[in-house]
Design a protein around this ligand. Structure first.
Ligand SMILES: NC(=O)c1ccc[n+]([C@@H]2O[C@H](COP(=O)([O-])OP(=O)(O)OC[C@H]3O[C@@H](n4cnc5c(N)ncnc54)[C@H](O)[C@@H]3O)[C@@H](O)[C@H]2O)c1
Length: 311
């Protein structure tokens, strides 16, 4: 049962926004959800469709509306943006979605009085940067789902390979939500053991580069078959929302603005982060191997290049 009033706005009621609204409704996390979309009938239709099932899900108010609805929201989720069209470069998509993100931020900030902004639109790290800068909100109040989805896929694949419940596997994908992402192999733990110790003990051999590649291509493999991905990202959004609403201070691999951590400045990317009521509160990796540090720098450079080309 929902005891405290809580409200989430979802901007963009496409595949991802609608699936996220449904996941949030099923989790009974929030007392009010508003869907906002440039295509108003689409937002209205999605809200109606979910509302028609509420007698089986529990009390909640779900509706569509305009930007004035972001007032008093605990979380404002931005999923609006185009997907990459055949033949379109990542840079062209970045330019298109950055324009949309700036426009949305301007509208949000007319009414914003509280809450965090959770970014989902791609290219994730670039759009998170754009919204962080355009909004003028404190660092961390804007954060992106980042490599949380890639991390979920990584943990799932590891659990399959080593044959251990995914809940007993701690592992992270860091860096860009995209091509230059990389696993933090040095901090993988299986029931408290390092991966190498566990594999020696269990007499298992694993192909790290194959797992790495499978994680990286997981999204495009889904898109190849069904045209879009939305259920897994909806679960990520619902989890991140729960962490914020309940101020859980959980560790999530999310994207936020780097201000000197790992000697990185002025770029958004993902590292294991403590997330609570006010968004990203801390980034918590203590040690990186030389290889991981090199990959982190390469990832930061790749994201910065796109950002600088936009400005
Ligand atoms: N971060 C992740 O892990 C992850 C995973 C899946 C998808 N995505 C990204 O999420 C975004 C949305 O994907 P989708 O499949 O839902 O796309 P979609 O095309 O189904 O939905 C996008 C919605 O945004 C709306 N929109 C466009 N411009 C707008 C504006 N200016 N204001 C308000 N609404 C606007 C459209 O009307 C549409 O309903 C894409 O950028 C996609 O790449 C991210």
């Amino acid at each position: 049962m929902i005891t405290n009033r809580s409200k989430i706005a979802i901007i963009g009621a496409g595949f991802v926004g609608a699936a996220a609204a449904y996941a949030l409704a099923m989790k009974k996390l929030v007392s009010e959800i508003v869907l906002i979309d440039a295509n108003a009938p689409k937002a209205e239709g999605e809200a109606m469709d979910i509302a028609h099932g509420l007698s089986f899900m529990g009390e909640m108010y779900i509706h569509s509306g305009g930007y004035e609805q972001v007032r008093d929201c605990d979380i404002i989720i931005v999923t609006a943006g185009a997907n990459r069209k055949p033949g379109e470069t990542r840079m062209e998509l970045a330019q298109k979605n950055a324009v949309i993100a700036k426009d949305i931020t301007k509208n949000v900030m007319k009414y914003y009085n509280t809450g965090v902004i959770l970014v989902v639109a791609n290219p994730l790290d670039v759009i998170t940067y754009v919204i962080q800068k355009e909004s003028g909100l404190p660092t961390g109040r804007v954060f992106g789902t980042g490599t949380a989805l890639d991390t979920a896929r990584f943990r799932y694949l590891l659990s399959e390979v080593v044959g251990v419940d995914v809940r007993n596997i701690h592992a992270s994908i860091a860096g860009e939500h995209g091509e230059t992402q990389f696993p933090l192999w040095s901090s993988v733990r299986i029931a408290g053991m390092t991966l190498d110790d566990y594999c020696k003990e269990a007499k298992i051999q694993i192909d790290k580069s194959q797992i790495e590649q499978e994680v990286k291509s997981a999204g495009s493999e889904v898109i190849k078959r069904k045209g879009a991905t939305y259920y897994a990202i909806a679960s990520v959004i619902a989890k991140a929302s729960e962490v914020v609403l309940k101020d859980q201070r959980s560790v999530l691999n999310v994207s936020s603005l780097m201000e000197g951590r790992f000697d990185l400045y002025d770029v958004c990317l993902s590292m294991p982060s403590i997330v609570g009521r006010s968004g990203v509160e801390n980034i918590i990796v203590s040690e990186l191997s030389d290889d991981e540090r090199e990959k982190l720098n390469a990832s930061a450079e790749a994201i910065k290049k796109v950002i600088h080309n936009l400005l």
